[in-house]
Design a protein around this ligand. Sequence first.
Ligand SMILES: C[S@@+](CC[C@H](N)C(=O)[O-])C[C@H]1O[C@@H](n2cnc3c(N)ncnc32)[C@H](O)[C@@H]1O
Length: 273
Amino acid sequence: MEKKMYIELIKKVLIDLHRIGRTEYKPLYSNNKRWMVKLLISVDSLIRKKDFAICRVIRSSYENRAEGIDWPANADSMIGLKRLDNIEYCINKIIDDKIAGDFIETGVWRGGATIFMKAVLKINNINDKIIWLADSFEGLPKPNEKKYTADKNDSHHLKSELVVTLEQVRSNFENYDLLDDNIKFLKGWFKDTLPTAPIEKLSLLRLDGDMYESTIDALNNLYPKLSKGGFVIIDDWGPVEGCKQAVNDYRKDHGITEKIEQIDWSGVYWRKD
Ligand SMILES: C[S@@+](CC[C@H](N)C(=O)[O-])C[C@H]1O[C@@H](n2cnc3c(N)ncnc32)[C@H](O)[C@@H]1O
């Protein structure tokens, strides 16, 4: 009973579902090109010295947060309730079926999904699995359009809202009392960090890197390390065409035929046979 209560509460807190209906205030992000916003940003930087700020007012709804549609102003994850439920489902199967291997998320933002993984492991007294957090901690890379045509015109790298530092993510873990030596950070672009990452075996591979390049780099380097009975979760299958294409290309090239299961409008997963 306590276990279920802890897990359900932590899900709510991670996506600010316990504060739903209250107004959220988002900073103005500098990738917005409109002159009015630029002007407001200049004023904002001045008045911040006096502890005032100009913000956007956001009214979150239960539906948006359950589906992970909006990017929350304060919450530690943007993936929504259904994708958190999916992580819990996969981990429970991994525990029940004793599947060997660590967990990784490629693309952690404020760390919410990985904080949740740790919470589920901790409440189940599982202390021998490492959770790897792979991220630039500087946002997304500029598209390499020559190599990956599917990323042509991708603008994720302009979104400063997606920049969260490693120190911030570490401190988010601390705030939930979930930071320990089994939380390991892989800082840098996936193409640089993943080929040499000292990961032996994985049982949960969660991809949330938004682009073709980010998705294919993760699959190329990590899928071969996924144990039989392990899960791969693709967060951006629905909204990012390049991500879907990378997954389809990888599956085709490697003869992967396991059925793709839908989680919600955005996420899918399959279990390795
Ligand atoms: C949509 S956010 C992840 C959301 C997060 N999983 C959550 O629980 O809310 C995408 C993250 O992927 C990272 N990212 C995307 N592509 C990357 C790459 N090629 N190398 C390193 N980091 C990358 C970005 O820095 C960003 O933190």
